[in-house]
Ligand binder design. Structure first.
Ligand code: MG
Length: 364
């Protein structure tokens, strides 16, 4: 029997800061870019649970987080404490946690700086898996004074969704036969991979819950969303065959998109580039990296010939506008004779961020 668990540290960055600084305890804390009195342009990396009561979440623009804090102060509540991202420190802690997970001798995959999948099939029963994860959890608490939340299920997808159910310090088990009832009334946005844009599209079809999504056929979803529609279909039924793989070091972040029809239309291509920049940048923000210094773009034409071009930047870069500008510039040459003499139609485009850097930036 396949049993997979997902271990997710609770508000990882801010929990580390609270642990290491007595004066931060029991205060609303946001770890992220410098708010610059409300003019800052970055985003929130992590908000602790107190700051979440103010409506502050990961990936929220830092200027908004600042505004929420100001509003809370006006209501007589405590101001949020804004801290810079000390990625070096968080990565050191991450390595310690990895070692703890490793020491239990099960196959595992580190999915991000604060997330692990552990293959518990060898436990044979959910009860045993629960005991194992309980031990890992208390070991992390004992050695690192940090809490985490656990999900246990028949595959990675269900385990991941389950770990989010009782945060912080939770443990949620979903047996194979419970998968359907577990997913049924859940909002579609809870499914990893169904982003805000898909949520919006689904809402247009009157779909809010996973149960409602289950009523749509795979073909219809594919028509509407392409390949990701097929994924959506599988996920809505709790199906996921992804293996827990010993993770390799992440060396680049990228995404690619195939056009629903091969195209020469500049407008269509540019809007796809913008879409790709958006999704790639989102993954970059979610990653433990703080900057990149090389951009690669690739284009596949209707005859399946593929061109790849890379540009090494003059220095590390971390802003979306800069990425968008450069990516557009690089793609435009594929639209004219510079890279496309025969004016072939474009089938697929991709963007990749390389030379990723996890050193912290210089604010604070
Ligand atoms: Mg986490």
């Amino acid at each position: 029997m396949r049993i997979v668990s997902h271990l997710d540290m609770d508000a990882f960055f801010s929990a580390i800061e609270e642990r290491d600084n007595l004066r931060f305890r029991n205060r609303p804390i946001v770890v992220g870019s410098d708010p610059q009195g409300g003019r800052g342009r970055g985003v929130v990396s992590t908000a602790n649970y107190k700051a979440r009561e103010y409506g502050i979440r990961s990936a929220l623009p830092i200027s908004l987080a600042w505004e929420y804090s100001q509003r809370a102060v006006a209501q007589g509540r405590e101001a949020v404490l804004f801290l810079g991202v000390d990625m070096e420190k968080y990565e050191r802690v991450s390595i310690n946690i990895r070692k703890i997970v490793e020491s239990f001798g099960y196959d595992f995959e580190q999915a991000s700086v604060d997330e692990f999948y552990i293959d518990c099939s060898r436990c044979e029963t959910y009860k045993n898996a629960e005991r194992l994860l309980g031990r890992i959890k208390s070991e992390i608490l004992k050695k690192e004074s940090l809490s985490c939340s656990i999900g246990i299920g028949p595959n990675k997808l269900i385990a991941k969704i389950a770990s989010d159910i009782k945060k912080p310090n939770g443990l949620t088990i979903v047996h194979r036969e419970e998968v359907n009832s577990f997913l049924f009334s859940m909002a579609v946005s809870k499914i990893p991979g169904i982003g805000p844009k898909s949520v919006e599209e689904l809402l247009k079809l009157g779909i809010k819950t996973v149960g409602e999504l289950q009523n749509i056929s795979c073909e219809d979803l594919e028509k509407r969303f392409g390949k990701s529609g097929v994924q959506m279909y599988k996920k809505s039924h709790g199906v996921d065959d992804e293996a827990v793989i010993e993770s390799q070091e992440v060396k680049s972040i990228g995404s690619q998109e195939t056009f629903s029809k091969d195209t020469r239309d500049a407008k269509e291509i540019i809007s796809m580039v913008e879409k790709l920049v958006f999704s790639t940048y989102e993954r970059f923000i979610d990653s433990s990296f703080v900057s990149f210094s090389r951009i690669s773009v690739s284009v596949r034409f209707s005859d399946f010939s593929t061109i790849q071009r890379s540009k090494t930047l003059s220095g590390p870069m971390s802003k979306r506008v800069d990425l968008e500008f450069l990516a557009l510039q690089m793609f435009l040459s594929f639209l004219d004779s510079r890279e496309n003499k025969k004016r072939k139609a474009v089938r697929l485009i991709g963007i990749r961020l390389e030379k990723l850097n996890s050193q912290r930036n210089l604010f604070l």
